[in-house]
Design a protein around this ligand. Sequence first.
Ligand code: SF4
Ligand code: FES
Length: 201
Amino acid sequence: MSAITLQIDDKEVRVEEGATVLEAARSAGISIPTLCHREDLAPFGGCRVCVVEAEAHGSTRLVASCVHPVEEGLVVRTRSERVDRTRKTLIELLLAHAPDSPALRELAREHGADADRFEKEASFCIHCGLCVMYCAEVKKKNAIGFVDRGTRKEICFIPEIAAKECNDCKECFPLCPTSYLQAAFVLTEALAFPSRSPERA
Ligand code: SF4
Ligand code: FES
């Protein structure tokens, strides 16, 4: 693989081809906030909190740095008026869905986001994908998946798999930035495999 040279916040950075902008920034000690990124999982690009400005071929775009690949001569700005404003709005929108999420509240505090800017539409799951990816990639069980699309998209435990695998695992619970995952599991357990529920044993 060949090396790529790009510029991040006026710093020249050299990384292997195929790296993401987030990886390049981190290799140069430049910090970009993330919510749905984990180094042990393939990039998913669910939250967009890692937004940066990327300038190439005469145009500048906002991109999610955890999924955007580096390219020769790319110019990246991790902080600009536009980046800061966009990130703040994204956090505010996510907080409308999960107002009590400690991870989101912390991000709001760090980035000056107003937790009450948007009317609450608490759906709790913010579709970060961490539970789905972790179960598929690390545990290789696929006990959770996304169903539906757009505004109807939600995560769902697959009862046949969850009944066998989840009680002794639950490793995804602490990854969820909201309270939704645990609630979804309890509901699945109660409806789909009540005999395994400790309350009913
Ligand atoms: S349930 Fe939690 S971990 Fe899973 S996608 Fe929703 S917010 Fe992310
Ligand atoms: S951290 Fe990049 S999209 Fe969530």
